[in-house]
Write a protein that binds this ligand. Structure first.
Ligand SMILES: NC(=O)c1ccc[n+]([C@@H]2O[C@H](COP(=O)([O-])OP(=O)(O)OC[C@H]3O[C@@H](n4cnc5c(N)ncnc54)[C@H](O)[C@@H]3O)[C@@H](O)[C@H]2O)c1
Ligand SMILES: O=C(O)CC[C@@H](O)C(=O)O
Length: 386
């Protein structure tokens, strides 16, 4: 029986992937083997020795201390693409809403309640909300992954000229991108041409303040900026100065902060990007499936800190070893298994940066001391025998 703790609301459709015969969902457990999380910040949360895996029902993993997890042999999963459609639709909605001044127009119309001259007020007042059509305008998309590529393709379909910047684009994303999206090799190549700019990169030290005073100064006057990725990707101080000077006309952001709220031209939504029933279900199902397959079978799919390794069970017992990615570990492992008179039916080893994963299906009698012997190899971080 595996104990799973959920932080944040996880869709019941996902939790149903963890049957009660094998999994117990106990949010008060001090010793869970698995955690299912959305946006809760785990950086300051103690990680118990019992913890084997954390599955993030979502894309961004900046709320999880990845290096600390790797050092402790905790596999961190995410759910790539599972909420991309939800975010992309919201960005398209925001492009239209921003351009046509919908938030201000709606708020203004609400205030007409009770007016005896409502129809006249509407016709007289509407001119203050005139805003441009998207068709024929230029959109810059920074980050062409699951979300950015969908936004770019949708904008092409709306008749926009679309510029894309992503030096690390995956082959899948590149294949899925409309041929009309123009490739920019630098932000300098893109920013001076954009009427609208949207950012879809993960937040990490290298992407902090991707939009800053310098990048904003390269933009067209009156640029409209959209950030449905992470608040930290935009330097708020620089953004507010750009709005004040007229360099930027609008800032749509899914990450409200005290400095942003109430400022003219700023429109904050409450981290709503992935908040659709479809996306919440997709993410929860994917996260629970990843967690279940790792806990039960040692298979790893969609991990952000360990290599993806999957094998059908080949009979006998399965030994799963997380270890440092350095020479001599495999021979040390196989040496111990040979001395233990175990036959290796199947074996796979993959490395990812400094860490590696070795999974072996063995037949023969496993002594109680085997875990301890394997754990005694200097480079070994965690051993599980399933
Ligand atoms: N608002 C929300 O609710 C919500 C929901 C989902 C995701 N997000 C955020 O959106 C981000 C992107 O999600 P995704 O599913 O598209 O992820 P993804 O991994 O599919 O795409 C990210 C893309 O960014 C690119 N990239 C990385 N560094 C870059 C850089 N310096 N310059 C340009 N491109 C760079 C990558 O090559 C990749 O193509 C997530 O990391 C998360 O922070 C927010
Ligand atoms: O769980 C959510 O609602 C938001 C998830 C989103 O920020 C993500 O990075 O996938």
């Amino acid at each position: 029986m595996y104990t799973i703790k959920t932080l944040n609301a996880i869709s019941p459709v996902g939790l149903a992937k963890l049957p009660a015969t094998q999994f117990e969902v106990d949010n008060d457990s001090p010793t869970p083997q698995g955690i299912l999380v959305r946006s809760a910040d785990l950086h300051e949360v103690p990680l118990p020795d019992s913890l084997l895996a954390i599955a993030r029902a979502g894309a961004g993993t900046n709320n999880i201390p990845i290096d600390k997890c790797t050092a402790a042999g905790i596999v961190v999963f995410n759910t790539p693409g599972a909420n991309a459609n939800a975010v992309a639709e919201l960005v398209v909605g925001a492009l239209v809403a921003g351009s046509r001044n919908l938030p201000d127009a709606i708020a203004w119309a609400q205030n007409l309640k009770g007016s005896q001259t409502l129809a006249k007020d509407v016709e007289k007042g509407k001119k203050q909300f005139v805003g441009p059509e998207l068709r024929g305008k230029t959109l810059g998309v920074i980050g062409l992954g699951a979300i950015g590529s969908r936004v770019a393709n949708a904008a092409v379909a709306l008749g926009m000229e679309v510029l894309g910047y992503d030096p690390y684009i995956s082959i899948d994303a590149a294949w899925s991108l409309s041929r009309s999206v123009q490739h920019c090799v630098s932000l300098g190549d893109m920013l001076p041409r954009c009427d609208y700019l949207t950012v879809h990169v993960p937040y990490m030290p290298s992407t902090k303040h991707t939009i800053n005073a310098q990048t904003l100064s390269m933009c067209k006057d009156g640029v409209r900026v959209f950030n449905f990725a992470r608040g930290e990707l935009v330097d708020t101080t620089a953004m507010l100065a750009a709005l004040e000077s007229g360099k930027a006309a609008q800032y749509f952001c899914d990450f409200p902060s005290d400095e942003l709220l109430g400022v003219k031209g700023v429109y904050c939504t409450p981290h709503l990007g992935a908040s659709t029933p479809e996306s919440e279900t997709n993410c929860a199902v994917m996260a629970a499936t990843e967690l279940s397959d790792y806990l039960k079978n040692g298979n790893i799919l969609h991990s952000v800190n360990l290599p993806d390794v999957q094998q059908p069970r080949a009979g006998g017992r399965r030994i799963c070893i997380i270890h440092k990615n350095e020479p001599g570990v495999i021979s040390a492992i196989t040496g111990i298994l040979t001395n233990a008179n175990l036959n290796i039916e199947n074996m796979v080893n993959k490395g990812k940066k400094d860490v590696a994963y070795t999974m072996l299906d063995v037949t023969g009698t496993i002594a109680d001391s085997l875990t301890e012997q394997l754990s005694g190899i200097d480079a070994v971080i965690r051993v599980r025998i399933l």
